[in-house]
Design a protein around this ligand. Sequence first.
Ligand SMILES: NC(=O)c1ccc[n+]([C@@H]2O[C@H](COP(=O)([O-])OP(=O)(O)OC[C@H]3O[C@@H](n4cnc5c(N)ncnc54)[C@H](OP(=O)(O)O)[C@@H]3O)[C@@H](O)[C@H]2O)c1
Length: 344
Amino acid sequence: MGYSVAVAGATGNVGREMLNILAERSFPADEVIALASRRSLGTEVSYGDRTLKVKALEHFDFSGTDICLMSAGGSVSREWSPRIVAAGAVVIDNSSAWRYDSDVPLIVPEVNADAITSFRKRGIIANPNCSTAQLVVALKPLHDKAKIKRVVVATYQSVSGAGKDGMDELDRQTKAIYSLQDIQLNKFPKRIAFNIIPQIDVFMEDGYTKEEWKMVVETKKILDPKIKLTATCVRVPVFISHSEAVNVEFENPITPDEARDILRKAPGCMVIDSHQPGGYVTPYEAAGEDATYISRIREDATVENGLAMWIVSDNLRKGAALNAIQIAECLINRKLITAKQKAA
Ligand SMILES: NC(=O)c1ccc[n+]([C@@H]2O[C@H](COP(=O)([O-])OP(=O)(O)OC[C@H]3O[C@@H](n4cnc5c(N)ncnc54)[C@H](OP(=O)(O)O)[C@@H]3O)[C@@H](O)[C@H]2O)c1
């Protein structure tokens, strides 16, 4: 018997990708339900070669649902996730609403799948921020080998990380520039077309942004609380895939060749790293792919045991939808959930 899976936020960037990935991976679902706000009631979304009519989350009865993939933002999740759990479903949430709750596991299956068992406390499992997900996939195997002390990361994050409104803004501004029209700012604090913006999410008291803070706290929760991390998060005019320039300081020696060998064998990682023009991965090439790509691995000679590298992944897939579905697969494979009996 298959599972009943609800996708909440099915008309959004992440929700649409969730439906694609459920179909691509032949997820064992008897039923997939597309949910969004009342605004989208009756609109259609694709699920493999099928079309689903979108229902309103607020009117949906979750008593027959086994898994709810939540991708409708933090406030919707805070309000609805406990109610969905009370109706008997497990919630896998993409927003930041539950990530820092000590009773909610924050999971990247390649890194800390074993932590998933604590999901029963609240019935919710959190998916990390897109920049953290790809970072920890690449850092975990290196941490196992040489123990990471400190990470310095600068991100180059695509506009799809800011939802469908972010993509629309880059599209509109680019067209306005080519047709000599005025530029409108709606989603981003400055022009994003042919520009970059060193601010993602709001500023905190210490001058860092919330996105940068999330990378610190989430890396500690998923990988190791002892790792020190500092981030500068930057929005760039790319539609899909986030890139990261990363410097890592280790406790023990590790050479670039050793790192390449380790990462080649690591789950979810793909090494593309040759020292010639184009011998690395760019965001355009990573879009639509599942892997976390690692390129430009080299020694960082400014510290004792240092490496520098370039990490790229599709933020809508590994950074969100794919990771959520891998979590659902993990629940099923470990027999942590069973499908509810459906009425005939
Ligand atoms: N984009 C990424 O790379 C990424 C990565 C990790 C996590 N996330 C998180 O994933 C979530 C979704 O992101 P996104 O990029 O897909 O955003 P998005 O493109 O703006 O889509 C938002 C979705 O939420 C739905 N929604 C909004 N208000 C709702 C309500 N009151 N009731 C039910 N549904 C509602 C929208 O439905 P309507 O179309 O009806 O408005 C839409 O389907 C966010 O929490 C985001 O932080 C995103």
